[in-house]
Design a protein around this ligand. Structure first.
Ligand code: UFG
Length: 327
């Protein structure tokens, strides 16, 4: 298929774009490069444009005869969204509505959308299945939920076919070591822990050791970016006009912050000092996916079931690119 990938220079988007191209699809990337990296797209065609410019996006969709859109472009820092909601609503909501307008103008009616487990808020039951109530506790989660709602309404009224894929914790790096995670500032656990192993930080803070979890630290469901990529492909290939898909993407396995640190120690051979810090505001104790629906609907399952493999792939990337991308 001929696919437009928005945010294809970002972390998850670049892995999906690479996977799409390697699977024989024709890929065109649009990215504002506000957060993305030119180097992350490799040799794939990249057009530097903001989604708010819907006339230009519509022209790109027509010019490249695009059949489906994978929409990754968004801001994704939960903490920042609390203090700068305007930026988040403008980029994630207004930008996506502009993209949907461009798609309508160009007659493109298939989209795979990056949603998040942050749309569930504090879970009342774990593992979390798709019918769990969606009550986000931060603006970031709300921006994604608003778009899930818009997609459902557009699907009903205009016959849009969509998949809203709710990721749990995206992690790891491409198996061939060419692309990986590079955020500025970095706030995610695994890269921060590996920065200690690289000698770039003295220690890593553990945000809370008094949670109601087996070892007192938060539990998350870490899903490899390449597994996210294959799920996107499977979803896109299943989309027809009017299809509505809402699926969790996780492994169904919970791993605690302490366990992440321990596995990083084993993988890197570094002792990785830690420091206990207060709980981080807005962190639910446990977020683990019930990912059975994705298996049933897409025939998809995460290949990286073991946390060690995910961390080994991240370590290979960070070890080779200690300062991330050159740009
Ligand atoms: N953590 C630490 N120390 C750190 C950084 C993180 O203890 O220095 C802990 C966090 O408190 C959390 C866990 O490690 O318990 C994972 O934290 P990340 O920041 O790596 O990931 P989050 O779970 O906060 O965020 C992820 C995605 C978001 C998404 C969110 C849903 O990055 O985009 O899951 O809750 F919205």
């Amino acid at each position: 298929m001929r696919v437009l990938v928005t945010g294809g220079a970002g972390y998850v988007g670049s892995h999906a774009a690479k996977w799409l191209a390697e699977s024989g699809h024709h890929v065109v990337i649009v990215d504002s490069l506000a957060e993305g990296h030119r180097q992350a797209v490799g040799k794939l065609p990249l057009i530097e444009v903001n989604l708010h410019d819907h006339e230009r996006i519509a022209a790109i969709l027509k010019e490249h005869a695009i059949e489906a859109v994978m929409h990754f472009a968004a801001f994704a820092y939960v903490g920042v969204s609390v203090h700068e909601p305007a930026t988040y609503y403008h980029n994630n909501v207004v930008g996506t509505l502009a993209l949907l307008e461009a798609m309508r103008a160009a007659g493109v009616n298939r989209i795979v959308f990056s949603s998040t487990c942050a749309t569930y808020g504090i879970p009342t039951r774990v593992p979390i299945s798709e019918d769990h109530p969606q009550n986000p506790i931060n603006p970031y989660g709300f921006t994604k939920l608003v778009i899930e709602r818009a997609l459902a309404d557009y699907s009903h009224a205009y016959g849009l076919g969509y998949a809203a894929l709710r990721y749990f914790n995206a992690s790891g790096a491409a198996a061939d070591g060419t692309i990986g995670e590079d955020h500025d500032p970095e706030t995610h656990l695994i890269p921060l822990v590996l920065q200690v192993a690289l000698g770039q930080r003295e220690d890593v803070e553990i945000f809370g050791t008094d949670y109601p979890t087996p070892d007192g630290t938060c539990v998350r469901d870490y899903i490899h970016v390449d597994d996210l990529a294959t799920a996107h492909l499977a979803a896109m290939e299943k989309l027809k006009p009017g299809t509505q898909m809402k699926l969790n993407l996780g492994t169904g396995r919970g791993v605690s912050v302490q366990e992440v640190v321990d596995i990083c120690r084993a993988v890197t051979g570094h002792r990785i000092p830690t420091r206990v810090a207060p709980r981080r505001e807005g962190d639910p104790p446990e977020l683990v996916a019930n990912a059975l629906a994705a298996k049933r609907v897409l025939g998809w399952q995460a290949k990286y079931q073991e946390m060690r493999g995910i961390i080994e792939s991240a370590w290979a990337w960070h070890g080779k690119h200690p300062s991330g991308y050159d740009d």
